[in-house]
Design a protein around this ligand. Sequence first.
Ligand SMILES: NC(=O)c1ccc[n+]([C@@H]2O[C@H](COP(=O)([O-])OP(=O)(O)OC[C@H]3O[C@@H](n4cnc5c(N)ncnc54)[C@H](O)[C@@H]3O)[C@@H](O)[C@H]2O)c1
Length: 346
Amino acid sequence: TNECGSTYIVTHCNFFSLQHNAKVAVLGASGGIGQPLSLLLKNSPLVSELSLYDIAHTPGVAADLSHIETRATVTGYMGADQLGAALKGCEVVVIPAGVPRKPGMTRDDLFNTNATIVATLADACARHCPQAMICIISNPVNSTIPITSEVMKKHGVYNPNRVFGVTTLDIVRANTFVAELKGLDPARVNVPVVGGHAGKTIIPLISRCTPKVEFPADQLSALTGRIQEAGTEVVKAKAGAGSATLSMAYAGARFTFSLLDAMNGKEGVVECAFVRSEETECKYFSTPLLLGIIQCQSNNHKLKNGIEKNLGLGKLSVFEEKLVAEAMDELKGSIKNGEDFVANMK
Ligand SMILES: NC(=O)c1ccc[n+]([C@@H]2O[C@H](COP(=O)([O-])OP(=O)(O)OC[C@H]3O[C@@H](n4cnc5c(N)ncnc54)[C@H](O)[C@@H]3O)[C@@H](O)[C@H]2O)c1
C-alpha cells in the first residue's frame, strides 16, 4: 500500500534502472500521427531505442528516421508475425493504430474497426511486454481504454497505473485557445481537462487555469464548446483527409516525455489522462495524475510505476459540476461498450 492508500499487488517485480535509456514502441507508426510522433520521439534524448510497428510501410519510415543524427536506434517491424519482436523489452508503448474520423463521423463510429485493432495490440503487449506503460491514442479512447484494461486482465497482467488514454491534445488545445483569448504565452498556460475524450465528455476546468483567467458566462460557454469540438474543427478543415495528426503527434510526444521524465525520477510531473479511477461514479475518468515511481515495501527498491497518485477532480465551479454530471451517462455507455466487446471476444 502506498502513501495515498492505493494497494498494489506486484505480480512481476522487474526493477528498471533509473537512467535515460528507454525502449519505446509506436504501434501504427506509418500513419498520419505515427510518423510525426516517431520523428519527435527520435529527436528526444530520453529514448534510446525506437521500435516502429505497423501493418504497412514501416521499413521505409524506419530507414528514413534512422538517418537522423540522434542516438535512438530505430527498427521497423511490419505485419503480425513481427509484432512480438517489436514489443520485446519495451518500457513504453504508444498506440495510434486505427482509422481516423471523416467529416460527419463521431469517434464512436470508429468503434467497430478500432476495437479489434486495439484489442489485438493490447493482447500482444500483455504477452510480450506486460510491464510496459501503454498509452492509447486510438479512438474512441472512452472505449479503447476499457478494452485494453480487460484484455490485460484476461492475461493476469493488468496494472491500472500503467494504462493511459491519451487526452493531452484536449489540454494542448485548451491552453492554446485560452492564451489566444487573453493574449498570453500558450507555453505558460495550463488548463486541466477532465472526463473523457469525446464531445461533451471533454471537460476543461477553466476555473483552475494557471494563470488565473476569468470569462463572462457566454464566452466561457463558447470557449468550452470550442475545446470540446476542436477535433471536429480539424476533421472539417481536412475535408475527408483525416483528423488531427500533427497536433496529436505533439501531444502524444508531450505525454510520453512526461512519463519518461517521471520514470527517470523527476518529481512533480503531472498530466491528465483517461485512466481507471475511483474519483467519480465512472470506472474510468481523466483527472490530473502525478506520474512517478513507487517504493517497493519489502526492499525499498524503486519501481517505475506510471501513476504515483491520482490528484482527483478538485474544486469545480458550478458550471463545471454541471458539465461533469452531464457527461456521466455517455461515458458509462462508452466504457460498457468497451468492456462488453472484450467479454464477447472469442
Ligand atoms: N486521442 C486523441 O486525442 C486522438 C487525436 C487524433 C486522432 N486520434 C486517433 O488516432 C488514430 C490514428 O489516426 P491517424 O490519423 O494516424 O490515422 P491513419 O489512418 O493516418 O494511421 C493509422 C495507422 O494505423 C495503421 N494500422 C491499422 N491497423 C493496424 C494494426 N492492426 N496494427 C498496427 N497498425 C495498424 C495503419 O496502417 C496506419 O498506418 C485514429 O483512431 C484517430 O481517431 C486520437
